[in-house]
Design a protein around this ligand. Structure first.
Ligand code: SF4
Length: 425
């Protein structure tokens, strides 16, 4: 474990080339310190250090980590592991109460930006951690039939359910004043620091004290174990597929064994996503289900089967346009339209409905390796743009959705496809 030497002040973010930002409003006194607390090992280590030993407390206060003025903020995704919540509640909340630190727990207010954010708790004597707000990340994934994804190298779920929620709270609370944003990236996470620095604004000065103090993951785990007598688990959503978050697969599977009901929920999320897109495996090239089966996690699989049997099922029409990325051989963005064709009830009834519709059009039901029944109307081609369309039986949890331009774009591509090829074209 690291010795508690006097840490240097935070690492200022480098200026971004070519980015002109308005000057921050003037404010009396030093900028407030806002600590993003994800409940995990790293940010919990910062709190354990800054609010810990009375002998070192003045040292951290001199850096501006003053319990009276600092704000600890936790973005509630709604899908955190129960053991992380338990340890954070049991060991960190007493520290915050003892020092009268302001803890703000905040979550998305709903699926739309207009729903804003909801402050679940704002207190200097917090007694519990909220498991969920009004709209969980898993609600978003379930109703859109997707799994967490990367877009332009960024985890859209994290931006939407953590970064933007925190930014909106800070904008409202600090009203444009400059602040020091303390993040719990450790000495093993240089890449995350580089990524974080691209979000920097005129008012936000990010700091990475664990890096300044030389704490890596092992140091954080050791400090928390020594301080609280527990092996602090990683903090991440139960459905997270990103290796950087979940650590190694064996540890993840062990956690899924410890919480089979949560595992079943994620298996269901993955099943919905696979129904709407056969390529939506949770781990990209492999499914969560294949790992859970190989791990012989029969409790999770049984809970998953029970949830499937108890749930209601619909027939959906799924249409997808895959656009080119510059070149007709490179896949670009995908547009999707999902439309409910009928809520049938049980899986057998929905399958019957699919069969009836297939019969009307002369289609054939195909059942894939995930036991998902579809009637294909068109398979995607080899070059872009291309389209695919099918009807599918899936859990009745997905909301109808298509961007406004979808129908026109689909119609134009259909029209183009029907034009006879002109000689020489
Ligand atoms: S932990 Fe994973 S799933 Fe949850 S918000 Fe972060 S990246 Fe997304």
């Amino acid at each position: 474990m690291k010795a508690l030497h006097a840490p240097a002040a935070g690492v200022p973010a480098p200026a971004l080339p070519g980015l002109e930002l308005p000057a921050a409003p003037r404010r009396d006194g030093p900028p407030p310190v806002v600590i993003s607390w994800g409940l995990g090992r790293d940010s919990s280590t910062i709190l354990a250090l800054a609010l810990g030993d009375p002998r070192t407390l003045p040292m951290y206060q001199s850096l501006g980590y003053d319990p009276a003025t600092m704000i600890v903020i936790h973005a509630v995704t709604g899908d955190e592991w129960d053991d992380t919540l338990r340890d954070a509640e049991h060991h960190i909340l007493p520290l915050l109460r003892e020092h009268g630190v302001r803890l703000v727990q905040v979550a998305r207010g709903g699926p739309f930006e207009a729903d804003g954010i909801e402050i679940l708790d704002d207190s200097r004597s917090p007694t519990r951690l909220h498991k969920a707000g009004p709209w969980r990340l898993s609600d978003e994934l379930r109703t859109s039939g997707t799994v967490p994804m990367l877009a332009h190298g960024r985890r859209t779920c994290s931006v939407k359910f953590k970064g933007s929620v925190i930014d909106r709270f800070i904008a409202a609370d600090l009203q444009g004043c400059s602040y020091r944003h303390v993040l719990g990236f450790n000495a093993d996470e240089g890449e995350r620091v580089l990524r974080d620095q691209t979000y920097t604004s005129a008012t936000r000065a990010p700091e990475y004290p664990l890096i300044t103090w030389g704490y890596d993951t092992a140091d954080c785990v050791a400090l928390l174990r020594e301080r609280f007598g527990v092996t602090w688990k990683k903090s991440y959503c139960v459905q997270c597929p990103f290796p950087g978050n979940i650590g190694g697969l064996p540890g993840h599977l062990e956690r899924l064994r410890a919480f089979p009901e949560r595992a079943a929920e994620v298996l269901m999320l993955e099943h919905v996503a696979l129904s709407l897109n056969p390529n939506s495996r949770l781990f990209g090239s492999t499914t969560l289900r294949s790992h859970v089966v190989a791990d012989r996690n029969t409790e999770a699989l049984t809970a998953f089967r029970h949830a499937q049997a108890a749930g209601s099922w619909s027939v959906y029409q799924v249409r997808r346009i895959l656009w080119p990325r510059g070149d007709e051989h490179l896949k670009g963005p995908a547009w999707r339209s999902v439309r409910t064709l009928g809520v049938a009830g049980s899986h057998a009834e929905a399958t019957q409905e699919l069969r009836r519709r297939a019969g009307e059009r002369g289609g054939v039901i195909e059942v894939d390796e995930h036991r998902i029944a579809r009637v294909w109307e068109r398979h995607r081609g080899e070059t872009y743009p291309t389209r695919e369309a099918f009807d599918v039986v899936a859990p009745a949890v997905v909301l109808d959705k298509a961007r406004p331009e979808f129908a026109t774009a689909w119609g134009e591509l259909e029209y183009r496809a029907k034009q006879p090829l002109l000689p020489g074209s």
